[in-house]
Design a protein around this ligand. Structure first.
Ligand code: PMV
Length: 342
């Protein structure tokens, strides 16, 4: 009889119980890499999400990743994904040995490098697990858990990706280098603006890229310190241009300058430079790599549908995958919050 009850209990859990969660994709407009070292960054969530369903079923932890992606993305990230899930379960207090979970990943955010696919998936998984285990966690706690998961993908992440994935909106973010809480706040733009995100198709390893910058910065401070200072003044100017002045030509110019700085710290590559130049030739107000670089994606500012379409089709004609989206669409879920303890 007890066996029958146990069987029925498991059956009902399997059929009816399921946790769901989502996380936003993002595009870094200013400050990637520099942000890891305490320079502020500006990031916008995009209207595409990773959606996750979690069921307590079977034995062990099984991941079914059905996201559409760049070829090779899921394979390259599999080991890091496993580590990230283990990190999350640990800090959520779930026994890894005992856990029996099926984790399904889907949604409309493609698995491209550079648009926060890993952070969005971590936020979605943390939310789905929290729902399945009835943990009732705040966004702040979800953000902390996703930050822990990001370490598997980025080594020493700044926290900008998981913050955008958790809260959405247009965000000003600054990492606290002394281990205290990071600061971030929602920015307001007069109106949403069209952008395109072009994918080089090259799968990049954020962890290697982040470690490379740190190493070169340490070895060659005479070259790197001035570049970091320039990146800092640039991001303050960009904030003003976006929020106060709403001067899109200036925003574009600053994106171009930001790309040069990223070339100087050696995180661009020929495919990224090619797409950045192509976008500019087609009339984009500005273009730069976005995210970890070394492949992955670039972003171009293309106000109005017509320009967006011209730049996007020029890239598609050459066989590149392109996302058409906007920045400044959503409002951040909570303003002026602090999060991500080290
Ligand atoms: O490549 P992505 O989407 O994971 O973005 C990484 C952004 C970095 O600034 C390079 C790292 C970080 O943690 O901020």
């Amino acid at each position: 009889m007890t066996h029958l009850f146990k069987f029925l209990e498991l059956y009902f859990i399997w059929v009816f119980s399921m946790g769901r969660g989502s996380g936003f994709g993002k595009v870094i407009l200013f400050g990637e890499h520099f942000v890891v070292h305490g320079v502020p960054g500006i990031v916008s969530a995009i209207d595409l999400t990773v959606d996750v369903e979690v069921k307590r079923v079977g034995e062990g932890i099984h991941v079914r990743d059905e996201r559409k992606g760049a070829r090779g993305y899921a394979e390259r990230k599999r080991t890091q994904q496993k580590e990230s899930i283990e990190r999350m379960l640990k800090i959520m207090g779930i026994d890894l040995e005992e856990a029996s979970l099926e984790i399904w990943l889907g949604g409309n955010l493609p698995g491209f490098s550079g648009i926060g696919a890993s952070a969005a998936s971590s936020v979605a998984i943390a939310r789905a697990i929290a729902e399945e285990f009835e943990m009732n966690l705040s966004d702040e706690r979800i953000n902390e858990i996703a930050y822990e998961a990001e370490k598997a993908y980025a080594g020493t992440p700044s926290g900008i990706d998981n913050t955008a994935a958790t809260y959405g909106g247009l965000i000003w973010f600054r990492k606290n280098l002394s281990g205290g809480p990071n600061t971030f706040e929602g920015l307001n733009m007069k109106e949403p603006v069209e952008i395109i995100i072009g994918n080089t198709g090259v799968v990049a390893d954020t962890k290697e890229m982040v470690a490379g910058v740190a190493e070169r910065k340490k070895k060659n401070p005479e070259k790197y310190d001035p570049l970091f200072n320039q990146a800092e003044s640039l991001v303050f100017e960009a904030r003003k241009a976006l929020e106060e002045e709403f001067d899109l030509r200036k925003v574009g110019r600053l994106m171009n300058e930001n790309h040069s700085l990223l070339q100087d710290v050696e995180v661009s590559c020929k495919e990224l430079d090619y797409l950045v130049n192509l976008a500019r030739e087609q009339g984009a107000f500005g273009a730069k790599l976005t995210g970890g670089g070394g492949g992955g994606c670039m972003v171009a500012l293309t106000p109005e549908k017509e320009l967006q379409e011209a730049v996007a089709t020029a890239m598609e004609k050459e066989g590149f995958k392109v996302l058409r989206t906007k920045i400044g669409v959503q409002k951040i879920r909570k303003i002026s919050l602090i999060s991500n303890k080290k």
